[in-house]
Design a binder for this molecule. Structure first.
Ligand SMILES: NC(=O)c1ccc[n+]([C@@H]2O[C@H](COP(=O)([O-])OP(=O)(O)OC[C@H]3O[C@@H](n4cnc5c(N)ncnc54)[C@H](O)[C@@H]3O)[C@@H](O)[C@H]2O)c1
Length: 371
């Protein structure tokens, strides 16, 4: 297999999908890796680092896409990348197709085998390739929230931990999964008053055990959501319904009832967001205000801490990328049902049910598509 590693071109996206250790692993397995010039620069990885590991550097993305049977990326294809993809090519990356009709149509038209990091499962039902980036985004949500709560950055001028004699800020997190738990860890570590609203009673029990009373858990329903939003200095949206668009849990009306100068960080923006007022922003223009509430809705938060994120991501993705290269897509997904869950598009067919339902498109089971 020729494996192609292009440079990411989404706004301020500095991660890269393979480290030199990954290149070495592909080379050792008998594959060739072609890397676009300066693909790793944003993560502090030089062309020489890749060459030393056995990669060949190519000057343009066009050449990388043209040569490779499998493209490994971080973010979904954007702009000029659409026309570079071709029939039968494997695209292994985050895709987040549920809210992305145009991208889905392109992958289907071009008959690309789109294998999405975020829908690959593990035997315990978790999403192992979403986890590392969720850990980063959850931790970061509190950093950025604390920053925008400062008066000079538009916030209400609240210090997360308070000081002796002044109570800490209220941090309310909707969704107690990986993002929510990591956000809670940092918020609690900084001394904030932290509440997690969660749907699953079992998850709330786990959270209660993890935090030992330091973080409150509350069953999520319209009433508790309203109380939480009204109280929050910093609101974090961290819900997920795997593969589907995020539910709009916080209405425009509820946003208008929040404290003026509060900060709302919608980490779930990559699945469409869980606030009615959410629209995706970028690192170069990350925030906007609705009814006095600062919204931070960057869809690729981990890109801001690219080096940490690149190593965290590739620690988890490499084994699946190797499996695809070593066995070819058909055999790899037939032998590994968890990897099969990652296949969203194949040969012009939409093979992931939740995406099909979100977009009102026809769903074809993967087994049928492979046959
Ligand atoms: N913006 C970014 O850069 C970025 C980075 C990583 C992850 N994400 C996104 O963050 C979101 C959360 O990811 P995760 O890894 O924590 O998912 P997860 O599955 O670990 O957690 C989601 C949690 O939401 C809970 N939930 C579902 N419906 C709920 C409701 N109505 N009320 C309260 N809780 C509810 C679930 O029970 C679950 O515990 C996803 O949309 C993911 O794609 C975004």
């Amino acid at each position: 297999m020729i494996v192609g590693l292009p440079k990411e071109i989404k706004d301020n996206e500095n991660r890269v999908a393979l480290t030199p250790a990954g290149v070495r692993a592909f080379s050792a397995a008998g594959h060739e890796v072609v890397v676009e010039q300066s693909a790793g620069a944003g993560s502090g990885i030089s062309d020489e680092d890749y060459t030393a590991a056995g990669a060949k550097i190519l000057p343009t993305a066009d050449e990388v896409f043209a040569r490779a049977g499998m493209i490994v990326k971080v973010k979904e294809p954007v702009g000029p990348e659409y026309r570079r993809l071709r029939e039968g090519q494997i695209l292994f990356t985050y895709l987040h197709l549920a809210p992305a009709g145009e991208l889905t149509a392109m992958l289907l038209e071009r008959k690309v085998a789109g294998v999405a990091y975020e829908t690959i499962t593990s035997s315990n039902g978790s999403l192992p390739l979403l986890t590392p980036m969720s850990e980063v985004a959850g931790r970061m949500a509190i950093h950025v929230g604390a920053f925008y709560l400062q008066k000079s950055n538009g916030g209400r001028g609240v210090l997360l931990p308070g000081v002796p004699g002044v109570p800490p800020a209220d941090v309310v997190i909707i969704g107690g999964g990986v993002v929510g738990t990591n956000a809670a860890k940092i918020a609690a570590g900084m001394g904030a008053d932290v509440t997690i609203l969660e749907m699953s009673p079992d998850r709330m029990r786990e959270l209660d055990d993890i935090f030992f009373g330091r973080v409150k858990t509350v069953a999520s329903n319209p009433e508790t959501l309203e109380r939480g939003c009204r109280r929050a200095d910093l609101l974090v949206g961290a819900v997920l319904i795997p593969g589907a668009a995020a539910p709009k849990l916080v209405s425009r009306d509820l946003i208008s009832k929040m404290k003026k100068g509060a900060v709302a960080v919608d980490v779930a923006v990559d699945q469409g967001g869980c606030f009615a007022t959410t629209h995706a922003t970028t690192h170069s223009d990350p925030v906007y205000e609705v009814d006095g509430v600062i919204h931070y809705c960057v869809a690729n938060m981990p890109g801001a801490v690219a080096r940490t994120s690149t190593f965290a991501l590739t620690n988890s993705t490499l084994r699946y990328a190797l499996e695809l290269a070593n066995k070819g897509l058909k055999r790899a997904v037939t032998e590994n049902p968890h990897l099969a869950e990652g296949v969203n598009t194949y040969n012009g067919l939409l093979t992931y049910r939740a995406v099909a339902e979100s977009q009102g498109r026809e769903y074809t089971p993967l087994k049928q598509a492979l046959a």
